[in-house]
Design a protein around this ligand. Structure first.
Ligand SMILES: Nc1ncnc2c1ncn2[C@@H]1O[C@H](COP(=O)(O)OP(=O)(O)O)[C@@H](O)[C@H]1O
Ligand SMILES: [Mg+2]
Length: 243
């Protein structure tokens, strides 16, 4: 469904963030993107969400090469949950936030509202509907941001460090919510390797803007020397506490 070939990107200050990334995401597949801070995860996600354009290399969605004229195809197909929910939630209430994206896509206000209410019910956060997003807890914000993207029904759900700053219960709620989704492909960028193991079937390790390794889970994340070479550590569940 999504193919990335030899993607390069340098920020305006000249900093090279992606140095020839290749990856493929199949329909409905759940792929973890792991790597140390600064390895290029967020920059790659911004390309897949259509927020940054390829400087060199190709992004191919459903057999169409993405360019400046059709980048909307990518924006419609991919929904990005930002690392910082405050960057995403800006309406006076959670319900209005969910309706905003739908109405911007020319969906009738009444239909938008019923879809938004249904999504809040599905995610068990109907009680947050009238709350102002900026007054929610970290976990509630994350769930509201997830609802705001899922209500748009993206083919590819992209999450940037979704467990950052969550307590264990809120983290588990996000994991369970992702595991209950039925048809979306998921691209999960994280250094929470235990979360990657709980949600994804395959992982790619990024290092310095390149794919250093890729493979099936859990095997890939059991290779301690590979993880250490790439600035990571064994997931907690494989850590031998005796040593
Ligand atoms: N706005 C920016 N301007 C310049 N360099 C940036 C900018 N954002 C990120 N970078 C650099 O690009 C590299 C990749 O960053 P990023 O994609 O945020 O990595 P990750 O999400 O894996 O932590 C890092 O070296 C970072 O310092
Ligand atoms: Mg990042």
């Amino acid at each position: 469904m999504l193919k990335i070939k030899n993607l390069y990107y340098s920020y305006p200050d000249g900093h090279a963030a992606l140095n020839g990334v290749n990856l493929e995401l199949k329909r409905g597949e759940r792929l973890a993107l792991v790597g140390a801070n600064g390895s290029g995860k967020s920059t790659l996600l911004l390309h897949i969400a259509g927020a940054l354009a390829a400087q060199r290399g190709e992004i191919i969605l459903n057999n169409k090469l993405i360019n400046a004229n059709n980048i909307n195809l990518l924006r419609e197909a991919a929904g990005l949950i930002f690392q910082e929910p405050d960057d995403q939630l800006f309406m006076p209430s959670v319900l209005e936030d969910l309706c905003f994206g739908l109405i911007a896509n020319n969906i009738d206000a009444k239909v938008a509202k019923s879809r938004a209410v249904e999504m809040l019910n599905n995610l068990n956060i109907a009680h947050l509907a009238e709350r102002p997003p900026h007054k929610l807890s970290g976990g509630e914000k994350r769930m509201a941001a997830l609802a705001g993207i899922l209500v748009m029904n993206p083919e590819i759900l992209i999450l940037d460090e979704p467990s950052a700053a969550l307590d264990p219960k809120a983290r588990r709620t996000v994991i369970n919510t992702l595991n209950n989704l039925t048809h979306q492909a998921i691209l999960l960028a994280t250094h929470d390797l235990d979360m990657a193991l709980d949600v994804c079937e395959r992982a790619i390790i990024l290092n310095n803007g390149q794919v250093a390794a890729s493979g099936k889970l859990p095997e890939l994340l059991q290779d301690e020397s590979l993880l250490i070479q790439n600035g990571l550590e064994l997931p907690l569940r494989y850590f031998n506490h005796q040593r």
